[in-house]
Design a protein around this ligand. Structure first.
Ligand code: NVA
Length: 323
């Protein structure tokens, strides 16, 4: 596989990279739908955007993004809204009470109405099926801003951050410790396409969905599932964790506290990983649960660089789908 490199800033004001033909006006619901070339293109573009934001400041002048939120958000809300405005467009925030996806109004009607007015829709939804249905009925691109099954935009920002810190992606070893959840699913799909080795440590019963692991194996990926955090992290380049109870699963919080107790990323686990290991978290973090303050605030933690890069990958996603 071609090694990704840090692309120098563009001098001529044109989008310099060859966009894979299939990306324009596409939906982004799952990383399963992207090829490795398409993911690499978005990551290359994100690096360009970060290096020379002024080149892109009018690239999407006059375009409008509708953002539907069925769940709370800090990073996704801010980076999508700022991202489109830094490209010359604007964003509309639609809270779940006003839209009532599938309750106040049929999902297909929301998709068809929004398509009359806006150029792109981002939706953070409970059910992955809602994102799929929006995409089926929208005539403009629909971006999954987190569902119960995937968080593709998160994974793209994360890959950009690993690339910045490690210099290339193929052969990086990423250890996931905790719940085999939406973020884990998108990381597995993406990692499989980028040649990243994956070790996933979850309690029994919280493994990633079988279909996601099967897809990674079909891609020829090196994925190991284990119940041992120590086994997963030994020698890894990156140790990644997420909350034990994702949004929408609050009624399981108590059972999960019990099940995940041995999966905390703390100084001892980082020592077991080795001195090369960096720490990542998609945030929000429950300090004292899945991660200790000591790890979250340590020099090996790249969580704020990770959060920062979402701005650049969201902009690259807009450019890839809309320009
Ligand atoms: N797995 C978490 C990710 C938050 C960005 C959740 O779904 O709540």
């Amino acid at each position: 596989m071609r090694k990704l490199k840090i692309v120098p800033p563009i001098e001529n004001g044109n989008v310099p990279l060859m966009r894979p033909a299939g990306l324009a006006h596409r939906h982004l619901i799952s990383l399963l739908e992207l090829t490795s070339a398409e993911i690499e293109y978005i990551l290359d573009l994100a690096q360009d955007v970060k290096a020379a934001p002024e080149v892109y400041q009018n690239a999407l002048e006059g375009r409008t993004l509708a953002m539907i939120f069925e769940k709370p958000s800090l990073r996704t809300r801010v980076t999508f809204e700022l991202g489109i405005s830094q490209l010359g467009g604007r964003a509309l925030y639609l809270g779940s009470d006003e839209v009532g996806l599938g309750k106040r109004e049929a999902i297909k009607d929301v998709a068809r109405n929004l398509s009359c007015w806006v150029d792109v829709i981002m939706a953070r939804v409970h059910s992955h099926q809602t994102a799929i249905e929006l995409a089926e009925h929208a005539s403009v691109p629909v971006i999954n801003g987190l569902s119960d099954f995937e968080h593709p935009c998160q994974a793209l920002g994360d890959f950009m951050t690993i690339l910045e810190c490690k210099g290339s992606l193929p052969d990086v070893t990423l250890a996931w410790v905790g719940d085999g959840n939406n973020v884990a699913h998108s990381l597995i799909h993406g990692a499989a396409r980028l040649g990243i080795h994956l070790r996933v440590a979850t309690p029994a019963g919280y493994e990633p969905d079988r279909s996601v692991v099967a897809d990674a194996k079909r891609q020829g990926a090196d994925v190991t599932l284990t119940h041992s955090p120590v086994e997963a992290v030994a020698g890894a380049d990156v140790v990644y964790t997420d909350v034990w109870t994702s949004m929408g699963y609050e009624q399981e919080a108590e059972t999960r506290q019990e099940a995940f107790r041995a999966y905390q990323v703390n100084a001892q686990l980082m020592r077991a990983a080795g001195p090369q290991a960096l720490f990542m978290h998609c945030q929000p973090a429950r300090r004292g649960e899945e991660v200790t303050d000591e790890v979250m605030d340590s020099p090996r933690s790249i969580v704020y660089q990770q959060a920062q890069n979402h701005l650049h990958t969201q902009k690259a996603i807009f450019l890839a789908l809309l320009s």
